[in-house]
Write a protein that binds this ligand. Structure first.
Ligand code: MF3
Ligand code: CO
Ligand code: CO
Length: 273
């Protein structure tokens, strides 16, 4: 397997899947409030995807080698949970921060995106972590253009996150995406400028930094999926799927409810091809 380059038809398929994934988050946002269980959010997402969008929830029964099949349609990772939290019957409480990660399949193409939500109002520290993790993702995205290297993306994210006193999770990374959920390359959220693969127009991959308020170390829970911080510090994550264009990038997972693009991203979105 190597990095796949999407042709015009593949790019169009990825645009549709990306927008639909983001629209699931738009739909779920108003439901994320104190007292609601993550199972309820999962059920709402499943119904919206399968009945309204006619998309397939990619996580459901997803079973990479070494893992048991993932039992739900979405991932919900709360507070010190880093990623791959499994929805359950516990209610969200005021002050929780929760990552909701959505991957849809439409006409065979995958769109993968996640956002952080505050349940009611969360602490200043929690809000700061969520906001700066969003900025960290965008520091990575703005490096994307032909001729840049994957190491440039990781470096930009790591520099920014560590400059804010946070740490970058090493064990999970962004990934190529297309007809498969997880394709080559791995997109590390740390690294050195000028290293690793050179970006080429037509590549599609995710950028999805997991940033911890405390130490970077993580551990897996007994359910075989949920990842938490070892020191129980808060963790945040945002994810977009991006396309490398001839002049830069196009973020594929945008929709009406996407948060505004940070002011430091001066470049307008690259012209669509
Ligand atoms: N959506 C996650 C990612 O960004 C992967 C979740 S795998 C699952 O790559 F099985 F937990 F859903
Ligand atoms: Co992903
Ligand atoms: Co994801």
């Amino acid at each position: 397997m190597s990095i796949t380059i999407k042709d015009a038809q593949g790019i169009e398929g990825m645009r549709v899947a990306g927008r639909l994934a983001s629209e699931v988050l738009d739909f779920l946002g108003p439901h994320i409030k104190p007292g609601v269980t993550t199972n309820t959010i999962d059920k709402l997402a499943f119904e919206y995807m399968t009945e309204v969008q006619r998309t397939i929830p990619a996580p459901l029964n997803y079973a990479p080698s070494g893992y048991k099949p993932y039992p739900k349609s979405i991932c919900t990772s709360i507070n010190h949970q880093v990623c791959h939290g499994i929805p359950n019957d516990k209610a969200l409480k005021k002050g929780d921060i929760v990552n909701v990660d959505i991957t849809v399949i439409k006409d065979g193409w995958h769109g993968d995106t996640s956002r952080m939500f505050s349940v009611g109002e969360s602490s200043i520290a929690a809000r700061r972590l969520c906001a700066l993790t969003y900025d960290a993702m965008w520091h990575g995205i703005k490096m994307v253009k032909p001729g840049s290297r994957l190491g440039d993306i990781g470096w930009a994210i790591q520099q920014f996150a560590e400059s804010q006193g946070f740490s970058v999770v090493r064990e999970f990374c962004g990934h190529g995406i297309g007809r498969a959920f997880h394709e080559e390359p791995q997109v590390l959220h740390y690294g050195k400028p000028g290293t690793l693969d050179e970006l080429q127009p037509g590549m599609t991959f995710t950028i999805e930094p997991m940033i911890n308020a405390g130490k970077r170390d993580i551990k897996e829970m007994g359910d075989g999926w949920t990842i938490v911080t070892k020191d129980h510090s808060l963790s945040a994550q945002w994810e977009h799927t991006v396309l490398v264009t001839p002049t830069g990038y196009e973020v594929l997972t945008l929709s009406a409810g996407s948060p505004p693009i940070p002011a430091f991203v001066e470049q307008p979105q690259a012209e669509t091809v």
